[in-house]
Ligand binder design. Structure first.
Ligand SMILES: C[S@@+](CC[C@H](N)C(=O)[O-])C[C@H]1O[C@@H](n2cnc3c(N)ncnc32)[C@H](O)[C@@H]1O
Length: 329
């Protein structure tokens, strides 16, 4: 359930069957109902009886309301807050200063994009950025203080080296590391966040997101991790579906590089060749791969992609010694 669903539920209970607004930003947004809910829960507008501006139908329009300002609102921030039971997303930037200037800029961009993601599902105040004020979401000087001050009980740290697999376990708060790792030199940094929290007396569970048994292929940008969590926890999406929905072709190629060697056949024709059946592409529908990605990765690894029929013919004409096919010319 996203904030928009909570909003619609509240309107239905008030007997409102259609909603309108004159606020341009709402009208022009991709999801006007979610944006309306955002305005109300942020206290920037209320729900009032009557019809004004653009109309967004829920059912018919016998009992209309509008999002804007009036003397006697029928729904306001506090009413919506009371109904909204959503988890916090904390981006822990305690390791921010250990990044290069270029990496720091990437963190800022990914945190900004995380706010965009959080707005699709919840609202700005549910994104908390700790240790470093990057100008997006709610700033808090430390993660442990935030958890203690808000009395949060179940806290999950998303960590590629986490103890167990994330399957959509519910929590009051999900922590994502404010880390950018382009060089691969920051392996294990997220676990440092957990160690530091434990030193400060805060217990967290650490979980890794896997795609078919491996973290390779799971996009590791901060905003994509936030989107996976929210799709799984709030929309009830399967982890694999959520990962695929945010997986770039580049990340899919990383995983293919790991998978494809297991699918090769060795054929010796004077010298050894590694061959891949053309139809293998169909076995990787669970990755966001285009045909081009498949051929590029095979060629990068020095594998020949052969038409299935041709390959079968070659294999029939070859001898097999338990390890490789030998084709005599
Ligand atoms: C670029 S990653 C940093 C990973 C870092 N190299 C490490 O080993 O800890 C940024 C953040 O995304 C989250 N993350 C990335 N991949 C993940 C995965 N497969 N499972 C869980 N969390 C992940 C973590 O919270 C991590 O701190």
């Amino acid at each position: 359930m996203r904030l928009r669903d909570v909003f619609i539920e509240a309107l239905r209970e008030l007997g409102i069957d259609c909603i309108s607004t004159e606020i341009r930003r709402i009208v022009e947004s991709k999801d006007p109902i979610q944006t309306m809910a955002n305005y109300v829960i942020m206290g920037r507008a209320d729900v009032c009886r009557g019809l004004k501006g653009y109309v967004f139908r829920i059912n018919s329009c016998k009992n209309p309301a509008y999002v804007g300002k009036c003397k006697d609102p029928i729904l306001r921030r506090d009413d919506l807050l009371e109904r909204a039971n959503f988890p916090y997303i904390v981006i822990d930037c305690s390791l921010f200063n250990l990044h290069s200037e270029k990496e720091k800029r990437k963190i800022v961009l990914q945190v900004q994009q995380s706010l965009g993601v959080v707005r699709k599902f919840m609202w700005d105040e549910m994104l908390v950025v700790t240790h470093k004020d990057l100008g997006f979401g709610l700033y808090y000087p430390s993660t442990s203080d935030f958890i203690r001050d808000r009395g949060l009980r179940r806290v999950i740290l998303l960590d590629p080296n986490g103890d167990c697999i994330f399957k959509g376990q519910k929590a009051d708060c999900y922590i994502v590391g404010g880390i950018v790792d382009k060089s691969g030199e920051k392996r294990g940094w997220t676990s440092k966040i957990r160690e530091n929290l434990e030193k400060e007396g805060v217990d967290v569970e650490s979980m890794r997101i896997e795609l078919r048994g491996d973290v390779v292929g799971v996009p590791d940008r901060i905003n994509t991790i936030v989107e996976i969590i929210l799709r799984v926890v709030l929309d009830g999406e399967d982890v694999e579906v959520a990962v695929r929905s945010v997986q770039s072709n580049l990340v899919a190629r990383w995983r293919l590089r790991k998978e494809i060697p297991k699918r090769t056949i060795r054929i010796d024709v004077k010298r050894p060749f590694r061959v891949v059946r053309k139809s293998e592409f169909e076995n990787f529908k669970w990755l966001n791969l285009r045909k081009k990605d498949f051929y590029d990765v095979c060629s990068e690894l020095g594998y020949l992609v052969l038409d299935d029929e041709w390959l079968e013919r070659i294999l029939r004409l070859s001898s097999y010694d338990g390890r490789r096919y030998i084709f005599k010319v």
